[in-house]
Design a protein around this ligand. Structure first.
Ligand code: AMP
Length: 288
């Protein structure tokens, strides 16, 4: 595995790799099994694999956890070596933003970034879309891998690729969970024992909606109420939003669910803002 810290070095290493196809997994590091699952998929579907580790300041608001965000580069490096990564891109902030964060040109996703996560974190998706567009231009991969865990991020990136004709295929990888259902996340490390014990309420709430849906429940309001009820029974959970939305546009569904939907939510538990989602497929094939 080659570790590259500059754009020029990455481009040279990519050129000498000689891989017919490159799969790319962008991350912020502090890797867990969710990341490794994506790297495994990228390994299986491409000749070469590139991973980036970059904690992107542009997607954090001043009140967010940029400074506290967990980092362990040496551990990440050895996990990536074992996982069969070929190129590890690990730039510092100045390499990506040589003029500082005050960019003249950014990629601004519109309506899709103003709702759900975007309502609570107004600058977040501009930061995400801008850095992902830059990384796509640097890495020049055939395929890029994103986790369903960040469902709105998937929707924003797919939309960006479509609207800006970026020549990369977006592959979405299912959410990897702990045994008790908690979605793996680098931010889970913020939870103390008591908060960690409360955190599976997130998956229980989503499961209550998907169980109701599987039993034929199609009223979006009832699903939202079910999720909210489960969350509110947990004193440590502060609900930001619960949502039943169109799986592609993420517009909130009013009335009957007649298309693929995403049940999603955000809660604050102690210092951690936890987000998660489940896709509700309107037209399941019989037997699946
Ligand atoms: P992060 O390092 O948290 O920015 O995440 C990098 C990528 O890993 C994103 O595409 C995430 O959606 C994905 N990811 C994070 N957690 C999980 C998980 N538990 N299962 C699957 N993918 C995940």
């Amino acid at each position: 595995m080659k570790v590259l810290t500059t754009i020029a070095d990455f481009r040279r290493a990519h050129a000498t790799l000689g891989s017919a196809s490159l799969g790319f997994v962008p991350t912020m590091g502090f890797l867990h099994d969710g990341h490794l699952e994506m790297i495994g998929r990228a390994r299986a579907e491409n000749d070469g694999v590139a991973v980036s580790i970059f904690v992107n300041p542009l997607q954090f608001a001043p009140t967010d956890d940029l400074e506290a965000y967990p980092r362990d580069f040496e551990r990440d490096r050895s996990l990536l070596e074992q996982a069969g990564c070929d190129l590890l891109f690990h730039p510092d902030v100045v390499e990506i933003y040589p003029d500082g964060a005050d960019l003249d040109v950014t990629v601004v996703p519109n309506r899709i970034a103003s709702i759900l996560e975007g309502a609570s974190r107004p600058v977040h998706f501009t930061g995400v879309a801008t850095v992902v567009a830059k990384l796509f231009n640097i890495v020049q991969a055939e395929r890029a891998y994103f986790g369903q865990k960040d469902g709105q991020q998937v929707a924003v990136i797919k939309r960006m690729v479509r609207d800006l004709d970026i020549p990369v295929e977006i592959v979405v990888v299912p959410t990897i969970r702990e045994d008790d259902g908690l979605a793996m996340s680098s931010r889970n490390s913020y939870l103390n024992a008591e908060q960690r014990a409360a955190a599976p309420v997130v998956f229980r709430a989503l499961s209550s909606a998907s169980d109701l849906f599987a039993a034929g429940g199609r009223h979006a309001d009832s699903l939202r109420e079910t999720m909210r009820g489960v969350l509110e029974a947990e004193p440590l959970a502060n609900v930001d939003y619960v949502s039943i939305a169109d799986n592609e546009t993420l517009e909130e569904i009013i009335g009957i669910i007649d298309r693929d939907a995403m049940a999603s939510l955000a809660v604050q538990i102690g210092p951690a803002r936890l987000i998660d989602n489940l896709v509700l497929a309107a037209h399941r094939q019989p037997g699946l």
